[in-house]
Design a protein. Sequence first.
Length: 224
Amino acid sequence: MDSTLHLLLATVVFLGIHVLPSTPLRALAVRLIGEGPYLGLFSLLSAAGLVWMSVAYARTPMDALWPALHLVPVYVLPFAFVLLACGLLARNPTLAGQAAALKRGDAARGILRITRHPVMWAIMLWAGAHMLALGSIRSVVLFGGLLLLAAAGTTLQDARKAKAPGDDWKRFAAATSNIPFLAIAQGRTRLVWQEIGWWRPAAGLVLFGLVLYLHPWLFGYRAY
């Protein structure tokens, strides 16, 4: 099989693995094997798909589509890492295992006032920046696929949670937005820097600096 088609197949399979939880097949699988085994199987399949994509990516030639924009990640990724840190280090109802956060009266606070999917937007920024920086067919397939998955994931997750009984998600969704800053622009919420604090963004920037410094050892080439 052609290496590019191999990468495309691996990417399509990886995307399919992550779309399945938003279909009726998830409920069927949970009924058959239980929630815990299902989550374990999903994690295993996801990890295997990611490894397959990575191997296929490494074996695909770097055929250029446009001149590489090497500095794009340097300017974009600090924002991505801040979103990632703030999203992971806060009570975030959109993350797995944190549904109970919706019961809080102040669930829509901190970074969630900017976007209720900070982790997904961090992935989108990371994938988009690398796609532009590398400018090759293989980068469009791999990073474009990850960007598409994260973007679709925000919509699919919202649709799935909207079906949950009760008004918790409705209240949370009414005070937040998927698109960053949209709820603020519409007057449905306001930005409160004190809720975000300084240490979460600082942690994200430190992580960015560490990845930037270690990039040659981790991936074999400088990030800029």
